[in-house]
Design a protein around this ligand. Structure first.
Ligand code: NAP
Length: 311
């Protein structure tokens, strides 16, 4: 068979780029399929303060851009495409990218996780019209307005703090009174005078579908049952992520939430197929752990190809 790649990496976030750097340095000429959200979650974030080597912090998009340049310097190639399905039943594996088919001896899945939505009908209809999961992308459009942020983890805190640059007031709405957010992020948000907390509160509906813009949220207190409307011009979701692994169907093992199951860190049940980063890690989900597992996946590919070359 002609034009068979030695390794294809699906996903261009922290895990994918790191795998590409290692695979390229091993002379495997990796091809990175960039996916729907090139650069992954780091490209949607602001200042990254916990990636070692940057004592003053570094902007997420800058960090991810640096990783890509580093991989390209060693010969990694990038293709702006999305993997729709894959046949992993025999090698070389067959990857379907829209109408285009690609064959590869090994595969690194670094397809990450995408923003989770509440799942309300009007929320979906108003995405891009005041409903967003990316404060850094859309915050600017709500300068001088009142905004709501949903969630109780680090993402929600980070979004709320960031949005105070533009908004006159940010209401952080969380369904419980305990937080998953780290102490430092929570304290920063609590100290910010523009942020108001609404706890034990859930969003029941998003107004106003007829105006094609967000004018307010219908809320309910889970303890008292009280319902009321909160006027806001935008709702930003910070309620976690769902893994991007559906394109592999049942060929690979997943847990109940769809995260790819791996053994020995990055091995899937198919020899030659490895998974790294947020698509398989529901526990740590950090840029540095994604980079670490991307490195592991590339090292495993190198070993696998050495053992299986021309057999
Ligand atoms: P997370 O820690 O899983 O928090 C998700 C939050 O959303 C939780 O408070 C959860 O509520 C809430 N939630 C989930 N589904 C919901 C629903 N359907 N309706 C209402 N609320 C819902 O996710 P994350 O904040 O995205 O963080 C993920 C990882 O990235 C974490 O390890 C975090 O430390 C890291 N991170 C770090 C930084 C940073 O250090 N700067 C920034 C962002 C993310 P419950 O608590 O009730 O489940």
């Amino acid at each position: 068979m002609e034009n068979v790649r030695k390794v294809v990496i699906v996903g261009s976030g922290c895990a994918g780029h790191t795998a590409a750097i290692y695979a390229a340095r091993a002379n495997l000429k990796p091809l990175v399929i960039e996916g729907h959200e090139p650069g992954g979650q780091l490209s949607l974030t602001t200042l990254v303060e916990n990636f070692p080597g940057f004592p003053e912090g570094i902007q997420g998009p800058q960090l991810i851009d640096n990783m890509r340049k580093q991989a390209e310097r060693f010969g990694a190639e990038y293709q702006l495409a999305h993997l729709s399905s894959a046949d992993l039943t025999q090698r070389p594996f067959k990857l379907q990218l829209g109408h285009h088919i690609l064959h590869t001896e090994s595969l690194i899945i670094a397809s990450g996780a995408s923003a989770r939505w509440l799942g309300l009908p009007n929320e979906q209809a108003l995405i891009g019209h005041g409903v967003s999961s990316c404060a850094t992308c859309d915050g600017f459009f709500f300068s001088g307005k009142e905004i709501a942020v949903i969630g109780g983890g680090d993402s929600a805190m980070e979004e709320a703090i960031f949005l105070t640059r533009f908004a006159t007031k940010v209401t952080l709405i969380h369904r419980r009174d305990q937080f998953r957010a780290s102490k430092i992020m929570l304290e920063r948000a609590q100290k910010n005078e523009k942020i108001q907390f609404l706890l034990d509160t859930v969003v029941e509906d998003v107004h106003d579908i007829t105006k094609k813009e967000v004018t307010g949220l219908h809320l309910r207190n889970t303890k008292t049952g009280k319902e009321w409307d909160l006027p806001v011009s935008a709702m930003f979701l910070g309620i976690g992520h769902v893994p991007n692994a559906k394109m592999f169907g049942r060929q690979l093992e997943t847990d109940q939430d769809g995260y790819l199951k791996t053994r020995d860190f990055v091995h899937t049940r198919v020899p030659g197929v490895y998974a790294c980063g947020d698509v398989q890690d529901r526990r740590y989900r950090q840029a540095i752990t994604a980079a670490g597992s991307g490195c592991m996946a590339a090292l495993e590919v190198e070993k696998f190809l050495e053992e299986h070359e021309s057999k």
